[in-house]
Design a protein around this ligand. Structure first.
Ligand code: HEM
Length: 413
């Protein structure tokens, strides 16, 4: 069997080869767009018995693209706030989202993988075939869903038109080799699970470059009970339902959830707020980030692997000024949410700086007439304030440092 170093070296050679043949080019304009707009998703209530093919997103414009606003589309920020599975069926169009910061994510991911290796990409032998099937699934999905960004190359290859890379033959790749190609295709990470003969689900491998708070190496090979041990109320309250759901759900029943936390920088591998347990003096609360992890769950039909995709999305706090009532909801969660859950989110590190700023944002929303005093009694109903069905979704780019980060860099010189 090849060692990690051999695999990494093989992959580097492969990448260089691909890059030498196919000059890198950034996709700026998308030519020949047919006059389609993104199709309406199928109602969440419909229960299909087979997995539909994704709809082609012909109008996709990478320069301006943003992900859905996960504050609205999933039960991300909720009140009362306590531990639940908080999941819902997922339309297949929503499995992979791509936004204007795609290039930044791929570059950041490449750097993390080069620096951390096995700590962030690994697979147990029982999981290797699922890695191959995950890659196969993406190679099939991406050109169908984003035909202007990806195209198929013969049966098992894929051309990433954004990075200019071509993976001509992927059918023979398994395990970490397959995951390394996955890392060149999408912004998402993938945790992978496998049911063993003892009836429990184990964390069997994956590509986890952007965990923020933990590492893949810390948990690989462990059962879900162990993995979630320090998550408040998890094992007592939801472990049984989680395991039952993961074992029973079928290939055509993908589901999603979105979790959240507050962080202070764009280091998606390990945020500084976690490693240093303090906020930098230069961090203005407007430049803190609401980190949302879009978590997607699919069952792979051939290997029976469970794939748990995680697309990390950061929303700068100042972006929330345009989302009616959400700053007030976030403040309420911090004061009245389940205390053990808030401790797990380490709110003691940032709360003092966050809370006055959330109050300021709420005051600005009152002054602008976006919300009324009465609305403040029902913060959980923030969705009812959406006007004309248009969900506000301002999104500061991650490709440039924030003012606070620039100040921090200056202070270090
Ligand atoms: C293959 C399946 C899964 C794996 C490998 C897995 C793995 C993990 C890991 C590594 C963490 C971070 C632990 C830490 O903070 O140190 C975590 C957190 C968590 N997991 Fe899972 N998990 C799986 C499935 C699920 C499912 C199905 C749910 C619920 C529907 C869930 C709910 C949570 C929650 C609530 C947390 C706390 C952080 C958050 O709010 O997201 N997990 N999981």
């Amino acid at each position: 069997m090849l060692s990690w170093t051999d695999l990494a070296a093989t992959f580097s050679v492969l990448s260089v080869f691909v890059l030498l043949i196919h000059q890198r080019k950034r996709l700026i304009a998308l030519p020949n767009k047919p006059a389609y707009s993104e199709p309406e998703p199928v109602s969440r209530k419909e229960k299909p018995t087979t997995l539909a093919q994704p709809d082609p997103y012909y109008d996709f414009d990478l320069e301006t693209a943003h992900t859905r606003n996960h504050i609205y589309v999933n039960k991300t920020l909720r009140f009362p706030y306590f531990q639940t599975m908080a999941h819902q069926p997922m339309h297949i169009n929503d499995w992979i989202e791509i936004d204007k910061d795609y290039a930044w994510y791929i570059e950041h991911k490449t750097k993390v993988i080069q620096e951390k290796g096995k700590v962030v990409v690994d697979s147990l032998p029982e999981n290797d075939d699922a890695c191959a099937e995950l890659l196969e699934t993406l190679v099939d999905y991406l050109p169908k869903r984003f035909p202007t960004l990806f195209s198929p190359i013969r049966k098992t290859g894929i051309h990433n038109k954004i990075t200019g890379e071509e993976f001509v033959e992927t059918g023979h790749l398994t395990g970490v080799d397959a995951l390394l190609v996955v890392s060149r295709l999408v912004q998402d990470d993938f945790l992978m699970g496998k049911e063993r003969d003892d009836g429990h689900v184990y964390f069997s491998g994956g590509l986890v470059a952007f965990p923020g708070f933990y590492t893949l190496a810390q948990y690989i090979g462990q059962p879900l009970e162990q993995v979630h041990k320090k998550i408040p109320h998890f094992n007592e309250k939801i472990l049984m339902s989680v395991e039952r759901t993961l074992k029973r759900f079928k290939e055509h029943e993908p589901f999603e959830r979105t979790s959240w936390s507050m962080v202070d920088d764009r280091n998606l591998f390990l945020h500084s707020i976690i490693s240093s347990q303090r906020l930098q003096d230069s961090t203005h609360p407007k430049d803190m980030w609401l980190r949302m992890d879009h978590q997607t769950f699919r069952k792979l039909p051939r290997s029976n692997g469970i794939i748990f995709g995680v697309h990390v999305m950061l929303k700068r706090l100042e972006d929330l000024v345009e989302t009616p009532l959400v700053p007030a909801l976030l403040a309420k969660i911090h004061t009245d949410g389940d205390r053990a859950l808030m401790d797990y989110k380490e709110d003691h590190v940032y709360k003092e700086r966050l809370m006055p700023y959330l109050q300021e944002l709420t005051k600005r929303q009152l002054e602008k007439g976006l919300i009324s005093e009465e609305d403040l009694d029902k913060v959980a109903d923030f969705r009812s304030l959406v006007k004309d069905g248009v969900i506000p979704n301002p999104q500061t780019t991650l490709s440039r440092p924030t003012e606070s980060e620039k100040d921090e860099m200056v202070s270090m010189v």
